[in-house]
Ligand binder design. Structure first.
Ligand code: GDG
Length: 469
């Protein structure tokens, strides 16, 4: 089966994590992408190519839960240079509008090329004749071109989970030509927002002068040209599974218990993010801190619960961010806590999904204040979990989710006064307006769930395949 899969997913990570039990080492890793794609891979007898999550681990392809997994080995040096370096310290800050300064190192680029080639070779070996291969995300932007060169018979899709910046920013990248050319190896190049697809098409026009029209790009080939599609496919979540969790009596009881444990404040405000400088956690803390300073909020009126799950802890910008956030939390709490009240309950942990849904249900106001974010699935998870029709979503206009979740209270997180007003608007919103807005938001996350997202993308890939037949 390994040399004949009709459908292959290529992502930085395999959909499994390795545990300590040597007899039964693999666990399915949680996450929306896995939920969306695993059933498709399984039903097509397909394969998933990715890193197994541990340095230096060299293992043969294996079957897990009906899916053929093809591990790509990464050494400690590959991880430092390709993953923590080029992916997370060059591309990530550059593509999020240089919120943090990108670092450019030629050795990191060389590692990125080397590792992308390894992924492309593994995918080429796993794919059957004329198979469809779906490559994911910014760690693997060179794979589409490399794969096309190795296997011109394949239909290749690429989905970009993070923003694609305007040309003025993108053009800083010393390897901008190679990256664009890498992406153009795909037949369908998917983005989160219409604006991202537009930025990509503009970059292609500026660098290569190719003709682009309504999402179609004319890419010259040896004998003529082919058409690549660059379009928005906003990703979503497994909505039904959040609704199911939120309806469980034990999770609803846990939500009530959380409020109790917080001392039943007037309003529970919630932030849930990987601890990342793109998420606007500092801006959120500043706004909430000032509301307490100015006595627009008093002790007992509101508590902000901030879950900041540990992330990229070996990258310097993330270490510094953690210090800044923890300093800010300490200051706010030092100024405003009492023996029985906490202004900010800061949790630098990861929690099981059940606990996350209980938190969503416990929160009167969800604060998503990203400075830049491809989509932001947390916003959608909050909405999906509010089976009670309650809760208010405050949402940054710089998160991709803002294009769809138009009934949220929209904010520019850089505007601290505006953010403070939005928090107060959300806290004080009349019940009828909350319910009306939440109804509209819920309709959207039901209509566009993750299955609808992958079906749209794969439908466009199928059209390419049929066009070739
Ligand atoms: C990238 C793009 C795009 C977080 N803490 C815990 C936990 N989480 C889960 C959330 C959510 C996921 O992690 C985070 O997804 P986001 O979309 O919010 O953000 P990124 O991680 O930056 O994801 C983003 C996404 O890719 C998909 O294309 O939307 O823009 O940056 O699912 O719930 N889950 C659990 N415990 C935690 O403590 N169980």
């Amino acid at each position: 089966m390994s040399a004949a899969a009709d459908f292959v997913v290529v992502a930085n990570r395999l959909p499994v994590d390795r545990g300590d039990d040597d007899a039964d080492p693999w666990r399915r890793s949680p996450g929306g992408l896995v939920t969306a794609l695993e059933p498709v891979v399984r039903s097509t007898g397909g394969a998933w190519v990715g890193w197994a999550g541990q340095p230096g681990l060299e293992i043969e392809p294996f079957e897990f839960d009906g899916v053929h997994l093809v591990p790509v080995a990464l050494s400690a040096e590959d991880i430092a240079q390709y993953y923590e370096g080029f992916s997370n310290d060059t591309i990530w800050p550059l593509y999020h509008d240089v919120i943090a300064a990108p670092t450019y190192h030629r050795t990191w680029w060389e590692a990125y090329v080397r590792v992308n080639r390894r992924f492309a070779e593994a995918a080429a070996a796993a794919a059957g004749d004329g198979a469809t291969v779906w490559v994911h995300d910014y760690q693997l932007q060179l794979v589409p071109r490399m794969l096309r060169e190795l296997r011109p018979d394949l239909v290749i899709g690429y989905f970009h989970h993070i923003p694609f910046p305007a040309y003025g920013i993108f053009s800083q990248l010393p390897w901008r030509t190679q990256v664009l050319d890498g992406l153009l190896g795909a037949d369908v190049i998917g983005f989160q927002r219409v604006a991202d697809a537009g930025n990509f098409a503009r970059a292609v026009r500026r660098r290569f002068g190719y003709e682009t029209r309504a999402g179609s790009i004319r890419v010259p080939t040896d004998g003529g040209h082919r058409t690549a599609v660059a379009k928005a496919y906003p990703i979503s979540i497994d909505t039904a599974s959040y609704e199911e969790l939120a309806r469980r009596p034990e999770i609803q009881a846990r939500a009530a218990e959380i409020r109790e444990e917080l001392g039943n404040p007037g309003a529970v405000l919630l932030g849930v993010d990987r601890l990342d400088y793109t998420k606007g956690i500092r801006h959120r803390l500043k706004a909430v801190g000032e509301l307490f300073d100015e006595e627009r909020l008093g002790a007992g009126d509101a508590t902000l619960v901030q879950v900041a799950s540990p992330s990229r802890e070996r990258v310097a910008a993330y270490m510094q961010l953690r210090d800044e956030i923890e300093l800010a939390v300490g200051r706010i709490n030092g100024d405003h806590d009492t023996m029985g009240f906490t202004a900010v309950r800061y949790l630098h942990h990861s929690y099981p999904r059940e606990e996350m849904v209980a938190l969503y249900l416990a929160a009167d106001v969800m604060l998503v204040t990203a400075l830049r974010d491809g989509m932001n699935l947390v916003a959608k998870e909050y909405v999906a979990s509010r089976v009670d029709g309650g809760g208010v979503l405050v949402l940054s206009e710089f998160a991709g989710a803002a294009d769809e979740l138009t009934q949220a209270v929209r904010v520019n997180p850089h505007d601290i006064e505006g953010l403070k007003d939005a928090v107060m608007t959300a806290i004080e919103m009349p019940a009828e307006e909350r319910r009306r807005r939440m109804r509209a938001l819920r309709r959207r996350v039901r209509d566009n769930d993750v299955a609808a997202w992958s079906a749209r993308f794969l439908g466009d890939l199928r059209a390419v395949r049929e066009g070739r037949a």
